[in-house]
Design a protein around this ligand. Structure first.
Ligand code: FAD
Length: 156
């Protein structure tokens, strides 16, 4: 199986759909974890007030199918594909979809990797965006155990 990692960012529209953003994030993650466990997809999602940044990794056909669904989703807009590349190993093997929320323990990472006071993924290099996701995951995920189930995988 060829392992693919896809990275994109998009403009968060949860305010247009939900009274509470937490509710929106919870719904997205519940669907994502269920589908990703089924499809052996792993990854991480930064849920910033204005932006989503997501990495999906898995078999090419599964990742492409998930991305096509994600592109159609009205809960965000202006989805920009950053990279889609073959990789030799998963970066998030233990997460069907890790939820990464900005908070006081990781806000320095946005400044460090974004090189700006205001986080704007449109201004960031692809490698800096990936490094930000990885650094946030290293600091710890938030959002509840149900969003962090280990996928049952026998590949990569
Ligand atoms: P259905 O659930 O049948 O939905 C039909 C349509 O409505 C789709 O266009 C769907 O995108 C949209 N939709 C669904 N629920 C709502 C809602 N509450 N409000 C507005 N529109 C809605 N899915 C994954 O499988 N894996 C992921 O990793 C993943 N990550 C995501 C990250 C983000 C930032 C977002 C916004 C969504 C993500 N999703 C993910 C969800 C994905 O977009 C689809 O909703 C989901 O995969 C189900 O697809 P479906 O075709 O079965 O649509």
């Amino acid at each position: 199986m060829m392992l693919i990692r896809l990275t994109y960012f998009s403009y968060n529209r949860l305010n247009d759909w939900y009274a509470s953003k937490d509710r929106g994030v919870a719904e997205i993650l519940a669907t994502s974890v269920a589908n990703n466990l089924r499809d052996c997809i792993t990854g991480a999602l930064i849920c910033h007030d204005r932006w989503f940044v997501q990495e999906l990794e898995g078999a090419e056909d599964k990742v492409s199918a998930a991305f096509e669904r994600i592109l159609r989703d009205q809960r965000h807009r202006d989805v920009s594909l950053v990279t889609m590349q073959a990789v030799s190993a998963r970066r998030f093997p233990n997460f069907a979809m890790a939820c990464l929320l900005p908070h006081e323990d990781n806000c320095d990472l946005f400044r460090h990797y974004g090189e700006d006071e205001i986080f704007d993924p449109r201004k960031m290099r692809a490698d800096r965006l990936s490094d930000l996701i990885e650094a946030m995951a290293d600091r710890g995920t938030t959002g509840g155990q149900a969003w962090m189930k280990k996928p049952a995988m026998n590949a990569a």
